[in-house]
Design a protein around this ligand. Structure first.
Ligand code: SF4
Length: 378
């Protein structure tokens, strides 16, 4: 259970310790039906959802793949608006985002369900819950409350994380708009399967896109996540950067025998370099056995270090081995002068050599945002 039980406990701690809010005010047990923003009405009261790339065609009374959008009499509703499964105050490095407001705290919030069904899911209790409607007994955190809690706990921004943020899209959009009005940064920690039109809807209010690229083959995405058209993830990540000027960082969780071959790792690294740029951080993280993949061992450190080398050889300037506290690749070293600009140990970060987005020692561009000012944030 690890992660999310801790998050819930932490949530209770936040609520109890917050001067501006009584816990009873913010915990309301009920279902919140919210009409979906992006869908098309079809003949026979069917609807087609436009939020993620499944583009579910849903009959009356039925749900989409994520099981949180339902067609009720020809109208598509989201059923878990503002219903949180997990809330915590996290270092931004935990997302992981290493080049975005280093050392800051992010008010981190997750909902229920997922549009993927990854066999290695670390948060499967909330992403693939056994209950049909787990949100009925969960805390309600309206956008106003999320922003108040973020400010009350000295967070510089809000991150939608722990489960896939796009499947409570309307909630994240309302929250992002309000966060921007309150001078907070906004982050999606995502599997990247949002449609281009959904991205264009929330794009003006999102600052960072922390996206998984799980592998680089049809068979990997099919086997791991039951996704066929995975290349749309790449297009949308590029669009987040090019069209909406978001800060993008990529994570690949390296799973033994699944995506640890040189072909896939090299293809991911080359794609990042070509399409997102050589200064884009790539996190190669250690897999631990979870959910339906308890039969595999944790990723050997030597495999992560091999992936690190592949990334560097492909021309990426910033490759980090993740889930290995104390690893030598944790800190950011300027590729030009070799000096350390951000020193990290686990989730502790000390910025020692940044001037805005650049190296303070030699002036090289290092693709940081919030490294001393709020430049590059909407
Ligand atoms: S969000 Fe995705 S999975 Fe859910 S109903 Fe819409 S298209 Fe289907």
């Amino acid at each position: 259970m690890g992660g999310w039980v801790w998050e819930i406990k932490h949530w209770l701690k936040i609520g109890a310790g917050c001067d501006c809010l009584q816990l009873s005010d913010i915990i309301r047990k009920r279902s919140i039906m919210h009409q979906a923003m992006l869908y098309e009405k079809l003949p026979n009261s069917r609807v087609r959802c436009g939020i993620c790339q499944w583009r579910c065609n849903i009959a009356p009374g039925k749900f989409g793949v994520c099981r949180v959008y339902q067609n009720r009499d020809g109208t598509l509703y989201n059923l878990n608006y503002a219903k949180a499964s997990s809330v915590a105050v996290d270092p931004i490095e935990k997302k992981p985002l290493f080049h975005f407001f280093p050392g800051s705290l992010a008010f981190s919030i997750g909902g229920w369900g997922c549009n993927f069904h990854c066999q290695d899911c670390q948060n499967w209790e909330i992403a693939c819950p056994a209950d049909n409607e787990p949100w009925l007994n969960s805390q309600e955190v309206p956008p106003e409350t999320a922003v108040e809690l973020a400010k009350a706990h000295n967070c510089q921004g809000i991150a939608w994380t722990y489960n896939e943020p796009s499947i409570w899209f309307e909630y994240t959009l309302d929250s992002a708009k309000l966060a921007k009005r309150n001078n907070l940064y906004t982050v999606y920690v995502t599997n990247g399967y949002l449609t281009p039109e959904a991205l264009d809807t929330i794009g003006p209010y999102l600052d960072a896109w922390r996206v998984d690229i799980k592998g680089f083959s049809d068979s990997l995405y099919q086997k791991l996540a039951k996704i066929n058209r995975w290349r749309g993830i790449l297009e949308v990540a590029k669009r987040a950067k090019d069209k909406w000027n978001m800060h993008v960082e990529v994570v690949t969780n390296i799973i033994p025998t699944m995506n640890d071959d040189d072909d896939q790792l090299n293809s991911i690294a080359c794609w990042i370099r070509e399409e997102l740029g050589e200064l884009t951080p790539w996190h190669v993280t250690r897999f631990y056995p979870h959910y339906n993949m308890t039969g595999l061992p944790p990723t050997p450190i030597s495999t992560l270090e091999h992936a690190f080398e592949i990334g560097k050889k492909a021309g990426l300037k910033f490759v980090y081995a993740g889930n290995v506290p104390g690893h030598s690749s944790e800190s950011t070293v300027c590729y030009n002068c070799g000096k350390t600009v951000a020193r990290r140990l686990g989730y502790q970060t000390e910025v020692v050599g940044l001037e805005g987005s650049k190296c303070r020692f030699c002036g090289a561009e290092l693709n940081f945002r919030g490294g001393g000012s709020k430049e590059g944030v909407k």
